[in-house]
Design a protein around this ligand. Structure first.
Ligand code: ADP
Length: 320
C-alpha cells in the first residue's frame, strides 16, 4: 500500500512520531488518517494527496463502502477572518447547488475541530492543464469535444445564476473516461437579482476578461466566463494562452489592447481562428452567446468525436 502524504512524503514508518514541520505557517499539519465528522456518521480513510490550491489541500479518500473520492480540506486556522469564512461559505453554497455531468459533483461538507472538509467526485486523471503539458497542444476534433462539454457546463451554471469567474485549463478536470469536469468554485459568484453586476476584481491573469480589469465602474457579469471560454479554446489549439507574456502588467496591457496572434508555423483552421476572434470581443455586450458559439461553423462543420481515448493523455488520437 502506497501513501502519498503531501508535497514531501515523510519516511514510511507508520509508528514513528510525526516530524515537526519546518514551516507550520505554509504547511499545516496533515488531516487525520481517518477523517470523520463530529457525530462519526461520516468516515473516510485518507489514502493519498492530490494537490493544493490557494487555500485548500485536496486528498484522495475512501468512504466506508470503498468508493474513492476527493476531499478538499481547509484549515480552520485559515478561516480566522470574516472575509475568509464568507468566501468559503459562498463556495460551498454555490458548488453544492450545482448538479451537471460536466461539473465536479459536490458530495458532503462537514468539519472536525481543526478543519472544514468537502468531499467531491474524484477526478483521477488530472486537469486539462496537466494534459496540455504532456501533449503541447490538442487537435481540433479533441478541442471540439472538450469545448462542447465545457460550454454545456457553463450554460448550466449561467441558467442557475452562477458565474464561475475562474475558468481555465487548471480548473477543468478529467474523469476516467476523459470527460471534462469543471471544478474549483472558489471565485464563483451568484447573481441574485437580474441585471446585477459584480465589482470584485478576480480571476487568473491570462484568462481574465477586459471588463473585469478596465470597467470597474460598470462591473461584470456572465460574459466573463464566455471570454475565458475563448481563451481556453485558443490555448487548446495553440498550446499557450493568447495574452501570455513575461509579467502580469504586460498581460493586462495586451488584454486591454486585444493584442494576440495566431502562430503561422502550423495550420490552425480559419474556422477556429474566426470563432476565437468573435469570442474575444472586448465589449461584453457584443460577445457571442454560448448558443451562438456552439452554432459556429467550427463546431457544425468539423467532427466532434463521441469520446476521447485515454491514450490521448500522451499522444494525439487518430480520429479518421
Ligand atoms: P483551491 O480552491 O485552493 O485553488 P482547488 O480546488 O483548485 O483548490 O484544488 C487544488 C488542487 O487539488 C487541484 O489543482 C488538483 O490538483 C487537486 N484537485 C482538486 N479537486 C480535485 C478532484 N475533484 N479530483 C482530483 N484532484 C482534485
Amino acid at each position: 500500500q502506497q501513501h502519498q502524504e503531501g508535497p514531501k512524503p515523510p519516511p514510511k514508518a507508520p509508528s514513528s512520531p510525526p516530524l515537526p514541520r519546518q514551516n507550520s505557517k505554509t504547511t499545516p499539519p496533515s488531516p487525520p488518517k481517518v477523517i470523520s465528522d463530529k457525530t462519526g456518521r461520516l468516515q473516510f480513510d485518507r489514502v493519498g494527496f492530490l494537490g493544493e490550491g490557494g487555500f485548500a489541500r485536496v486528498y484522495e479518500v475512501k468512504d466506508q463502502r470503498g468508493s474513492r473520492l476527493a476531499c478538499k480540506v481547509v484549515t480552520k486556522a485559515s478561516l480566522k477572518t470574516k472575509k475568509a469564512k464568507t468566501k468559503l461559505y459562498a463556495e460551498i453554497k454555490i458548488h453544492r447547488s450545482l448538479e451537471h455531468p460536466n461539473i465536479v459533483h459536490f458530495q458532503e461538507c462537514f468539519e472536525d475541530s481543526d478543519n472544514v472538509y468537502m468531499t467531491l467526485e474524484l477526478c483521477p486523471s488530472g486537469s486539462l492543464m496537466d494534459m496540455l503539458r504532456r501533449r503541447r497542444r490538442f487537435t481540433e476534433p479533441e478541442s471540439r469535444f472538450f469545448m462542447v462539454q465545457l460550454i454545456g457546463a457553463c450554460h448550466y451554471m449561467h441558467t442557475h445564476q452562477v458565474i464561475h469567474r475562474d475558468l481555465k485549463l487548471g480548473n477543468l478536470f478529467l474523469d476516467a473516461n476523459m470527460n471534462v469536469k469543471v471544478g474549483d468554485f472558489g471565485l464563483a459568484a451568484l447573481i441574485e437579482n437580474p441585471g446585477e453586476r459584480k465589482k470584485t476584481i478576480c480571476g487568473t491573469p491570462n484568462y481574465i476578461a477586459p471588463e473585469v480589469l478596465f470597467d470597474t465602474a460598470n462591473g461584470h457579469s456572465f460574459e466573463v466566463d464566455t471570454w475565458s471560454v475563448g481563451v481556453i479554446l485558443y490555448t487548446l489549439v495553440v498550446g499557450r494562452p493568447p495574452f501570455q507574456t513575461k509579467d502580469v502588467k504586460a498581460i493586462y496591457k495586451r488584454i486591454r489592447d486585444n493584442e494576440y496572434e495566431f502562430p503561422t508555423e502550423r495550420v490552425i483552421s480559419s474556422a477556429v481562428q474566426h470563432l476565437i476572434q468573435l469570442i474575444l470581443t472586448p465589449n461584453p455586450a457584443e460577445r457571442p452567446t454560448l448558443h451562438e458559439i456552439v452554432d459556429h461553423t467550427f463546431f457544425t462543420q468539423g467532427p466532434v468525436p463521441a469520446y476521447i481515448p485515454t491514450s490521448a493523455h500522451d499522444a494525439p488520437p487518430d480520429f479518421r
